[in-house]
Design a protein around this ligand. Sequence first.
Ligand code: SF4
Length: 511
Amino acid sequence: MSELAERFETHDPGEKLVAEKIRCDACPVMCYIAAGRTGACDRYGNVAGRIVRMDPLTILDHAAETGAAMVPFVAEGEQWDGELINTGRRFVTAIGAGTTYPDYKPAPFIVSQEVEGVDLVTVVTEGIFSYCGVKVKIDTDRHIGPETAIVRAEGEAIGHVTTGEYGSQMLSLGGVHHLTGGSKGEGRATCDALLNLCNRKPVELSIDGGATVVVEAGKPPVIDGKQEHRMRVGCGSATIGMFATQWRGLVDEVVVVDDHITGVVSEHQAGKVLGWQDTGIKIIGRRSTPGRYFKVSEPGLGWGGTSISDPLSILGEWNAKKGARPGLSLLMVSTTGEQFAYYELDDELKPVQKPFPERLRKSVNLIEENCEPALCTVLFIGGAGGSLRAGVTENPVNLTRSVQGLTTYVTVGGAPVYVWPGGGITLMVDVTRVPEGAFGYVPTPALVAPIEFTLRRDDYVRLGGYEAEIRSVADIVAKGGEYLNPRRGTGAATQNPWPPLAQLRRAGGAG
Ligand code: SF4
């Protein structure tokens, strides 16, 4: 049983209040927490009779933009001397900020800062996301499972295989139906997997009718125990197009084996343009257009995402009337260049494997060189269009309109997000751009994610913001907030720009 699962099992939100326990009201679970202990989510504890957020509030320093490891610069109760971060380019993230629950309260921190002459406000809160999940991109051609197949963690259904993309398999995990719509075990396993994936930890997923995949954001996938190294250079047809000139004059025929589109150079348009001669080759598969074949095999873990380990199994009889002859040379290669073999036709026009000739090695190496490293990408997707908006403004729909109108810039732990068009605030963020350990959970179950809304101060006041709650960065660093945790600074990642002045200037029409 995972650590998270144990917490679900042992926690009893309805347990009787005893004298030394105090109630945390930062989420609907309402834990009673004994002195020196933490609540069910580990994020809040009872420290000397007060509810304390156990992780420090994270403040990014954009002056250094080093991306360096977190360095504590001030502890609770200490006097901040301003030395390390008094740069005017700081960003108070929601990591460690605490939540607005119950939502009628203003957000834990509403921060003002003048940057390059523009007066900005950032509203900072740790959102509780019941509507959330992750989209996972796994760079591999290998068949990890059919579309719509159930994806499991700890044996529980947590999502499904969705539409594959160019060189990548895609998973859609989590969402409200798995978090809250199934059994308690399903919700727990889903929450556990999402939390670990968002915090960039490895998670083993098994796919019904498919493979077992270990997914870790920013790392290569491990499929059925084997680490993937490269994503394909392109489909078989694209590979022919890219490298046909490299093979010209070195070999009589090239077949690029691919589960989606297998390419044959002598028939392909690229080969024709270069004056390639017919070879009398026969591919067993469905011919789409000249030199491009679908379904040469079933999908699998073999050559080019097919199920084959012997590439000759996709060839039929060679036709002498169409150019086949003894001694004709043939290169067969996969779309990553990882598998390759060289053959020559014998007197019976049967391909016989020969030692791989040096003259072709460069072209195979070129395919490998052009392949990008295979990685797992994890995008957190969550709906921020609900009640957390009330912590930002007294009139929540104003925030939605402001985000949609690009007058409010949304970040997750300082990382830029993509906000889906249409209703609500449905956002996506690459978890590798969010500081490590930024995500948490509550056992309702739901994920907790940092979220910051930045906009011009005049816009904030106009949309009904809590003007009286606005504080300076220096005041927050010095005094902290309601949850009494220390503050710590870290260099901002260089790929996360701050402030988003260009957008906010455009939206405000001045600055
Ligand atoms: S689960 Fe965490 S946030 Fe919720 S009441 Fe318990 S300690 Fe507080």
